[in-house]
Design a protein around this ligand. Sequence first.
Ligand SMILES: *Cc1c(COP(=O)(O)O)cnc(C)c1O
Length: 456
Amino acid sequence: MNSMNPVLNTAALQQMDRDSYLHPFTDSKALHEKGTRVVTGAKGVYIFDSDGNRILDAMAGLWCVNIGYGHDELADVAAQQMKQLAYYNSFFGTANVPAIELAAKVKSLAPANIDYIFFTGSGSEANDTNLRMVRHYWALKGQPEKRTVISRENAYHGSTLAGMSLGGMEAMHKQGGVIDGIAHIMQPHWYKESQPGESEVDFGLRAAKALEDKILELGADKVGAFIGEPIQGAGGVIVPPASYWPEIQRICKKYDLLLILDEVITGFGRTGNWFAAQTYNIEADMIPFAKGLSSGYLPIGGVAISKRVAEVMIDGGEFAHGYTYSGHPVSAAVAKANIEIMQREGLIDQVREETGPYLQAKLSELSSHPLVGQVRGTGMLGALELVKDKATREPFDKDIEVAGKVRDSAIVNGLMVRAVGDCLIMSPPLCITKAEIDELIGLLTEAMDRVQTEVL
Ligand SMILES: *Cc1c(COP(=O)(O)O)cnc(C)c1O
């Protein structure tokens, strides 16, 4: 037992938690019965809980701990910056050194058409910024009615009111309702939504055409932007067909829509390049990012803004928008040091050239497993779609919660994966080694084998 996993009084902590702590994205009643898992430490790709269990974290927290846990260097950077300047704002004509340096750094890594960086505290805030910026941009251009944003069903763009409304999660929309001026089209999910015999290429074009249809229905003079994740993350790691993004790009250009590419998950290395815009050759006007920017060591996010939009915003007088913690000096210093660690360790090259292809190859081998209908993924993102009948793609009865069963079984055996509907999804730290990938795949296979005997 080392300091990473001190054995604490779990029951007492669980009782305090039960008495005082309302959790996000949690069924509280169920949690109160079960008791919360208390995570106490972490190193590399492993987390430790208060009972002394070691768990391989194949989700990198919430898709964010890109460099892995336990880089003391970032603690030193934070302490140093806190002593130098713990806080100052970037409103009304001031700035701090880390924020200025981080803006320059992110711009230097972003696609060539990106010109400016706006900082936020999170990915949700970044998408609130996007919605306001789209509408302000078109107002400045003399087209205030070009204010609707088109998104996709089953998209995730955060949990604030704007982020949730831009997202396409029905369960979230139902709780409190959405704000106006946002429309949703079908998602590019070939396995679930294609017609029998429809090729991936054809399906990708059809899913993109839904954008054009929606623009024509609403009127191009009313639609300001399209927003999409390059790969849907929380929706189930849905990798669109190769035909999809080029067609979306063409349609956005044709009808003069701004393209918002939500890279909160894919930014900072997950697809094997700094941004998925580079992996997929997408030219976006706004790229929200967060998570991997600081590897989750401190909260920070932002929006990378194209020359086209920045020019108008800069000439447009004051943008009456910002957050107290926009460009927070400690978060910015840690984010910059995090990027430097990725560069020094060559993590993104490693994902692109070596460990990403290795993970994908190992996942592909699981397509022969009796439970697995489809394997998806790229870089350090992966998903297994579980089905009852591989030939017909017939899903399991919802009440079985097949993916939830596999997840629970995996966690007990030391592997953290996530279940979304009937999918198992993963997003390991970018530092994961081939040996650790083997361990991940082994633990996952064992969990699926156990559940298979129960459900098939
Ligand atoms: C996580 C996420 C967000 C929201 O980020 P928060 O930091 O949780 O507010 C937005 N978009 C995508 C694609 C995400 O995965």
